[in-house]
Write a protein that binds this ligand. Sequence first.
Ligand code: OAD
Length: 229
Amino acid sequence: MNVFILTGAGVSAESGLGVFRGPGAAMWKRYDPMQLATPEAFARNPALVHDFYNMRRRNLIAASPNAAHVALARLEAQLARRCGALTLVTQNVDDLHERAGSRRVIHMHGELLKARCASCGAVSDRRDDLAVDSRCGCALRPHVVWFGETPLDLDEIFAALEAADLFVAIGTSGAVYPAAGLVRAARGRGVRCCELNLEASDNAAEFDDRRYGPASEIVPSWVEEILAK
Ligand code: OAD
């Protein structure tokens, strides 16, 4: 079986990294994304943008994977043993899937622990703070996709979707495209679609199977169910 999984902020919520939307202290309620997560914002006030991502980078380094990340790493390993495959695409810029043991993760919105040269595009590992004068010959920016920019690895993502037998969205609100449109593309191919989330997402009606609860509980139990088949 080829399983395609799309994860969002909800899978890392119980690791303490917060979500962008929804009830409670969602990030885009406390911070204005137009001042912090656009190329224009970075051109206008790079120090402010660096502060925001520096704070998130420090939080990430202090965080740990939760049971949902661990279960998805187990699913990848078990499917590989059974001649199946898992494509794990995440909108998250954290590295918690990798730290839980996932071997192949496609980060369509970039990676917080990397920096990119704003001129030549060279990407390098980065665990410490970035500042306006951080350079690789020219100015460095966080290696994240901002609003108005094209997500990464879309060709690889759509090729994997073509080969999928099952599409699963975990911990994502379905508010941001093109990620939110992947379920429709999967449905268009007749692939069964499953949503695992705390609450119904914006495009919940697109899914054949919907399970609601904290990711640390519903993801491990869903993984065990799949592996028992
Ligand atoms: P959102 O913050 O939009 O949605 C998070 C989803 O996770 C919501 O539907 C919550 O109900 C759900 N959730 C919260 N806690 C959960 C838990 N413990 N277990 C399971 N689900 C839980 O996050 P994304 O959909 O990932 O992009 O957001 C997509 C993109 O919007 C992000 O990649 C980011 C953001 O702006 C950029 O910054 C470019």
